[in-house]
Design a protein around this ligand. Structure first.
Ligand SMILES: N[C@@H](CCC(=O)N[C@@H](CS)C(=O)NCC(=O)O)C(=O)O
Length: 214
């Protein structure tokens, strides 16, 4: 087994691979780099990941970024756990979910809301970009809710998609959406996952709550 390190910021999307590492029960070194404290702007972090984002996973000397790639690497460390799906169709579904969550829900929905400067250098249009977030995010959350009719997003077992979906459930709470009152399937799904040992351990390690208080 390689030496594993995970760079994470509390409550960020890095929560998902943090859960996966705890789920697998592998020994790893968690490296806390709080975004709000400027920890991604240091020279040292820039050398590690010039994109200045978390999560970052290191397997020995190999540095891996991008959540779908990190989830794939972790899944391949313990193939018998099928963290990216079991059957051909389930694996395809897992990538379908991961790409949409990463590229659309995260990058576009929450990106507009929290990082309008990524979309335009013209500060005069930032307010209108920010305003787009609260319009698109509920649509994305409704799409997720409609798909969550079973305890797990993919197949009949826990996958990386479940861990990633918890991030957006929490962020919905953070931005003031009444998640349990609006998205019943999603709330049931998140409530059940919140009792999972790996999720409890990760929430505690990051010092956050699923209800999104911090
Ligand atoms: N496409 C990347 C996105 C990673 C990303 O945007 N992470 C956020 C935290 S949720 C980040 O590091 N933000 C740093 C910043 O905005 O300064 C992935 O899927 O891993």
């Amino acid at each position: 087994m390689p030496a594993i390190r995970l760079w994470y910021s509390p409550g960020a999307c890095s929560f998902a691979p943090h859960v996966l590492l705890n789920e697998l029960g592998l020994a790893f070194e968690p490296v806390r780099v709080p975004i709000r404290e400027g920890a991604l702007q240091t020279e040292e972090f820039g050398r590690l990941n010039p994109k200045r984002r978390v999560p970052v996973l290191a397997l020995d000397r190999e540095v891996i970024t991008e959540l779908p790639a990190i989830a794939t690497a972790l899944s391949l460390l313990a193939p018998e756990r099928h963290l990216m799906g079991r059957s051909l169709i389930d694996q395809a579904r897992a990538y379908e979910w991961m790409n949409w969550l990463s590229g659309t829900v995260h990058a576009q929905g929450f990106g507009c809301l929290w990082r309008p400067q990524r979309f335009s250098d013209d500060a005069s249009v930032h307010d209108s970009i920010t305003a787009k977030g609260p319009k698109t995010i509920p649509d994305y959350l409704a799409t997720i809710d409609a798909k969550l009719t079973a305890p797990h997003a993919v197949g009949d077992g826990f996958t990386a998609v479940d861990a990633f979906l918890l991030v957006f459930y929490r962020w919905g709470n953070v931005i003031g959406i009444d998640m349990p009152g609006t998205y019943a399937n999603y709330a049931r799904f998140a409530g059940a996952l919140a009792r999972r040992a790996s999720v409890l351990k990760t929430l505690q390690a990051e010092g956050i709550r699923l209800e999104g208080a911090t």
